[in-house]
Ligand binder design. Structure first.
Ligand SMILES: Cc1cc2nc3c(=O)[nH]c(=O)nc-3n(C[C@H](O)[C@H](O)[C@H](O)COP(=O)(O)O)c2cc1C
Length: 220
């Protein structure tokens, strides 16, 4: 896999963590893709079904290796400079499907979330827009060394919030666009100006070996 550091344009993977045909989160992901395209980013719009994986089982991993869906996510993460994950909230947290996918994908070495810039967004019919699910998602992603953008966007009452393919409320649409643009600006700066990387707390990893087979070995 070639590094994207030499490529001049910014490439961003965007996907919604819902399989549902009429998913509100897929709709928001498509809107994020449109805004990113207007910012001249190259958009790689994916769907969760492309990353379908069985429930994590250490025995299956040992016998059959990491499943195709996680290979695909790993490849798409490495082929892009940043990712936008638009996720529903289930029972005050992230959907089990997306946590399971993160768990499988975290088994690669090198571990592919490390140093990836990520933006989290959600849509829900509720008044909080699924925002708690994003705080939950932040934990495993940051644990894996992803640089999750501080600002997140949650679209409340999402079943009534869209006007065709835009957010009907102009102020909210502007806030959404601004969030995507700010994130892309940081990801672009991190790609082209490596000194900005020093601004982030580095992922320390853990010593490898029996009983600690979880994360990357420390950088020497
Ligand atoms: C198992 C389950 C749990 C849910 N829990 C929450 C919740 O905690 N908070 C919330 O805002 N919505 C919750 N919802 C409603 C989802 O936000 C809603 O179904 C949403 O449309 C799902 O996203 P999608 O449209 O992208 O598929 C839940 C839905 C399901 C199926």
């Amino acid at each position: 896999m070639t590094s994207q550091a030499d490529s001049p344009e910014l490439k961003v993977l965007i996907f919604a963590a819902s399989m549902r045909r009429n998913s509100l989160n897929k709709k928001l992901a498509r809107l994020a893709a449109e805004v990113a395209g207007q910012q001249e980013a190259t958009v790689d719009l994916a769907t969760m079904d492309e990353f379908d994986v069985p429930s994590y089982d250490g025995d299956v991993e040992e016998e059959s290796g990491i499943p195709d869906g996680a290979h695909k996510l790993r490849d798409r993460l490495l082929d892009n400079d940043a990712f936008i994950l638009v996720s529903p909230e289930y029972n005050g947290s992230m959907p089990g499907t997306v946590k399971n996918l993160i768990d499988w994908t975290s088994r690669f070495r090198p571990q592919p979330f490390d140093e990836q810039h990520g933006l989290l967004m959600s849509a829900s019919p509720s008044m909080a827009g699924g925002n708690r699910g994003l705080w939950a998602l932040r934990i495993p992603l940051e644990h894996l060394g992803a640089r999750i953008f501080p600002k997140m966007f949650s679209l409340a009452q999402a079943h009534k919030a869209f006007d065709a393919d835009r957010i009907a409320n102009e102020g909210l649409q502007e806030r959404f666009e601004h969030n995507v643009e700010q994130f892309l600006a940081l990801a672009e700066a991190a790609k082209h100006y490596p000194c900005i990387r020093k601004e982030w707390v580095e992922f320390l990893g853990e010593p490898p070996g029996e009983g600690a087979d979880r994360v990357d070995p420390p950088v020497s």
